[in-house]
Design a protein around this ligand. Structure first.
Ligand code: FE
Length: 295
């Protein structure tokens, strides 16, 4: 049975905080959140107090993948499955609970070192959400804050951990040859979003994350984010296109080297979803910009 979880928040350790602040607020359109006691800066996507945070550091990589349990039973059941797998979840300190804006928190790492957190009781903000540039906001609701792709040194071994221990289900698998290497992916869901986490194999494991995605209500919203990306002079890594899981999106380069994706639409999964094997990840578009397109 699929655990009832959502991707609640993401944290990044970054070396260029001003550039990240510009990307998140002026290009993607998040709302600045609070300056936290641990030195991190929060960002908002919706009514919740924090959906993303960045902290100063040299890793330039993801430092927290925050999963929220739907209720106490799910929280306790996942902690029990971790202990059964020989992983002792570390209880969050009062300072950490404040910095993450949650009621309950445990931290743990998957067997490949990816920093995961499980929370319960994500706090809403006392003030309404408002974005300076993305007035229609973001699609979160029952689908969490978006998705991310984790780079796995051993994809085959990683899947049972994310299904049997974390409790996610496979929506699709896929493999596609790309510039001479076979890129493999396993898409995992835990709510109606087609994938909250995807695991990637065949990618050089330089970073723990390949990209994160935020979801907007319409193609026009994505188009406006595209225009902001272009006018900000940010490197486009994949041109606009339609994925075979239905998402229309484009990709740009974050100041930390990995990518961000701004998307809309995409399939919702439910108990009738049939797992597929995708022989290509993109229906059209999403190519690396030509020199002329790169401008
Ligand atoms: Fe994606």
């Amino acid at each position: 049975m699929t655990a009832r979880l959502e991707l609640a928040y993401l944290g990044f350790e970054v070396s260029d905080r001003p550039a990240w602040d510009r990307l998140l607020t002026q290009v993607i359109g998040m709302m600045p959140g609070s300056h936290n006691s641990d030195g991190s800066q929060g960002y908002r996507l919706d009514e919740f107090a924090q959906r993303m945070f960045v902290r100063e550091g040299t890793a330039d990589d993801v430092c927290a993948v925050g999963l929220a349990a739907y209720d106490r039973a799910e929280f306790d059941a996942l902690c029990a499955r971790l202990r059964g797998a020989g992983i002792e979840p570390q209880a969050g300190t009062p300072d950490e609970l404040r910095a993450r804006h949650v009621d309950h928190l445990v931290r743990f790492k998957d067997p490949w070192g990816h920093p995961l957190e499980l929370c319960l009781g994500l706090k809403t903000s006392p003030t309404p959400f408002g974005s300076a540039v993305q007035s229609n906001g973001f699609v979160t609701g029952d689908m969490g804050m978006g998705h991310l792709i984790l780079v796995m040194p051993d994809l085959e071994a990683a899947v049972p951990f994310y299904t049997d221990v974390i409790g996610m289900s496979v929506s699709d698998t896929g493999a596609e040859e790309w510039a001479g290497i076979v890129l493999s992916a396993v898409f995992l869901y835990c709510n109606p979003r087609h994938h909250s986490i995807a695991l990637a194999g065949g990618v050089p494991a330089v970073k723990r994350i390949a990209h994160f995605e935020v979801h907007m209500p319409s193609i026009d919203d994505v188009g406006l984010a595209w225009d902001r990306t272009r006018s900000a002079g940010i490197e486009v890594t994949h041109m606009p296109g339609r994925h075979t899981e239905g998402v229309y999106s484009f990709y740009g380069r974050t100041p930390s080297g990995f990518e961000y994706e701004v998307g809309t639409e995409g399939f919702r999964v439910d108990e009738n979803w049939r797992q597929r094997h995708l022989s290509r990840f993109t229906l059209w578009g999403h190519h690396v910009p030509t020199p002329a397109e790169a401008g």
